[in-house]
Every structure is written in structure tokens, then in C-alpha cells.
Design a protein around this ligand. Sequence first.
Ligand code: SF4
Length: 357
Amino acid sequence: MADFEPLAAKSLRREPLTRGELLTVLTSTDDELLDLVAAASRPRRRHFGRTVKLNYLVNLKSGLCPEDCGYCSQRLGSSADIVTYTWLKPEQTRAAVAGGVQAGAARVCLVASGRGPTDRDIRRLAPTIEKIKADHPGVEVCACLGLLSDGQADELRRAGADAYNHNLNTSGERYADICSTHTFDDRVDTVAKAKQAGLSPCSGLIAGMGESAGDIADALLALRGLDPDSVPVNFLIPFEGTPLAGRWDLTPQHCLRILSAARLLFPDTEVRLAAGREVHLRSLQALALHVVNSIFLGDYLTSEGQPGRADLEMIRDAGFTVLGAGPEEDGAGGADGRPDLVRARRRGAGTDLPPNA
Ligand code: SF4
């Protein structure tokens, strides 16, 4: 059995794990899983206590993208059955943001499909960002608009945006396998532009696209080189109508290994469990909260998540609290009665109905 405690100790000292150590984590066995999660939970607890940050996605512009990222339901030529629309009106954006904030989101992520914004797009979005910041002063606004041209990050920062998300998604070596219309270096360049403008850099990966453990390790190490403030870990949602349809490579256990590797390499950085949480982790979602300190609440860009209320219940039942919520709001510290869950049996033995089996 592998001993993960030396890796936890290293992580607690903020020493980066080596590629070999990341591979030890990523190739560990299911028998070793709880030991691994326990080790990864140590830096999580030290730096984030029992808090879970909630993030809320608003898809400002959906589908119709000219890029060909193979994992994306909004890509060029996608026949995925998703909602498509051009830019939301400012009032629609503000209403969507208000819903997320009301549900407890500490950060709202304003996302638009496309290669990158035009200067006109940025000018159009800037007043909406200003209004959102005025409506919700304590809430972080993250923009995710694709590749940035010179000056655009500064303009977003001036409008009040706090952060910019642009994921590296996979290793540099593999990038050309998942996209031909832009490069890994283009992505690195946009994260650098955001950082230079004073936007908090958010960059992560997508697992489950046929990559090796080595690719995940390389992607994590490349991310570490960018020194992001948050690292979203997405698990591929293999939409029908995209090139990666039918790719169900991930198990809940392997998702936990990937999250643990991310946490051990980023001990005090926000590690966010992102898209694919429900479909890949399934009943192990709550266990992942011992490793990550951040999740998306509610729906994703083009697919539905579990109901926001179920997310909040899961957080509370697992013994965590929502970052920024008062004890009354998140229900921490007390057992809530759930009489709605108690139902007398009316099927199976002694009845005319088939049993629940
Ligand atoms: S990931 Fe972004 S750039 Fe790539 S196809 Fe999807 S919307 Fe377009």
C-alpha cells in the first residue's frame, strides 16, 4: 500500500510534488483511496477549514462557436442538443446573477462561447459588470470570454471584474489532439494577460478525454507554473453530437484521485470541483468535499447540475459550511428534521405491488 502521508507533509510545507509523486497518486488503487483522500484532506482543512465556496455560472452566449474544441458541446459543427443564443441582455444577466447570489454564490462566472471577445463585446459587457458589482459588492465577478487581445483584460479590470478564467484543459503535448483552432500557448498567453492586468487568474483542466495519467500530471504542473488563484477540475461530459461522445473513461474513484493530485499540488489554492461532478462522482460527491474547497452551484453552461438545494444539503450533511453564509442560512450545527423523507412502505411483501429491488 502506498503511503501518502509524506506527500501530505510535503504539501503542507508548500513544496511542489514531483511528476513521479503525482503519478503515484494518479495510479494508486481503489484499496488505497481512503488513505489518499485523508492525506489530501489535510492541506484542505489547514487552509480552508470546513468551508465550501459556491460559484455560479451564467452562460452569456451559448453555442455557435467557430472553434473546434472536441470536448465542447458549443463547438463548430456540434449537433449536441443544447440551447443556443447570442448575448443575453444586460437585465437578463443581472437577473441570472441575482438568482445565484441569492442561493449563496460567492463568485459569479460570466461565460461566453467563442474564440474570444471583440473590443465591442468588452465595451458592451463592461457596464453590466459595473452594475453587478454595485448590486452585490461582496460577490466576486469572474469573466470567461475566451482568448484575450491586448488591452481587453485591463478593460475588464477597470469595469470591476475580479477574476478571469481560461483553462489549459490538458497537457501541452496533447493539446493538438483536442483542438486545432488554437494552441496551448494561446491559452497560456491569455492567463498571463489576465494576471498582468490584475485579474485573479483561474485556470484548470478537463479530465476524461482519453489522456494518460502523465498528461494529467503534466497539465497540473503546467498550471502550477501559472500560479493561478483557483483551479477548476472538470470531468468530461461526453455530449452526443461531439467528437468525444461515448467517452466514459472516468470512475468516481479515479475522479477522486485526480482531485487529490490537484489538492496536494495546490495546497492553499482554491481547487474547484467543476463540470461533470454529478455524472462522474455520483454518490462519491460528498467525499470529494474533503479534498476540494469550491464547487459550482446549480447548472453548468449547457448541461443541468443537480438541484441547488441538493448541493446545499450535501454540503451540510458532509459537515461543511458554505463560505460566507451565516449559521442560520447554511443550517450548520444542528440536525434538520426531514419528515418528507420518511414514507410508510406500500409496496413489496404484503402488498400487490412489486418490491423495491
Ligand atoms: S471551449 Fe470555448 S472556444 Fe472551445 S468550442 Fe467551446 S465555446 Fe468555443
